[in-house]
Design a protein around this ligand. Structure first.
Ligand code: FMN
Length: 171
């Protein structure tokens, strides 16, 4: 039996939001060609050998069905000058294709949309999907990485807001 928590989901969200994160734009494509695009800050690396990363998706997302069935996924670690992409990909009511209409992209491996001009990109095949509460944890076997040297700092998210770091990125 699970005890009732002594806090509500707003408090839980506020406390978790005290942890500053980077911001990623995730794109995915299924074998049938369905495309998803959404903003994600629940990204983390998992394993070095083999290279694996994960992110979490709420089951209420309209991208959910496409993501759990995806053949290929690309994770774009956004820079400070890509806040518009993060805001667009976080817009409810737009399909993946509609979200992509506003940004510069090209087809990557197996047709997964790759956002041009992104400093750091990981792409690969979807691995396990683990259901936990009202989210799923999606694991990715990374087989492509792309790094474009830049001194533009990463976009950050902190206490429910985008944060633009003022200092340049370290070399
Ligand atoms: C900074 C930021 C981080 C987000 N991180 C996540 C996340 O990790 N998982 C998730 O399911 N939704 C996350 N979201 C919400 C989704 O981006 C948003 O629900 C979605 O893009 C809206 O389109 P949908 O119809 O595909 O859900 C985040 C939103 C923002 C602004």
């Amino acid at each position: 039996m699970t005890a009732e928590p002594l806090f509500d989901s707003t408090q839980f969200r506020q406390v978790c939001g005290h942890f500053p994160t980077g911001v990623t734009a995730v794109t995915a494509v299924t074998a049938q060609g369905n495309v998803a695009a959404l903003t994600v800050n629940s990204f983390t690396s998992v394993s070095l050998r083999p290279a694996k990363v994960l992110f979490c998706v709420t089951s209420s997302s309209s991208s959910f069905a496409t993501l759990v069935a995806a053949e290929r996924i690309a994770i774009h670690i956004l820079s400070r000058d890509q806040e518009d992409v993060a805001r667009r990909f976080a817009t409810s009511g737009l399909t993946g294709t509609e979200k992509l209409a506003g940004v510069s992209w090209a087809p990557g491996p197996d047709g997964v949309p790759v956002l041009t001009g992104t400093p750091a990109i990981l792409a690969g095949r979807r691995d396990h999907v683990i259901t936990s509460g009202d989210h799923v944890i999606i694991l990715l076997d990374v087989d492509h990485v792309h790094l474009k040297p830049t001194n533009v700092p990463a976009l950050s998210f902190y206490r429910g807001q985008f944060v633009n770091p003022s200092s340049a990125a370290p070399d």
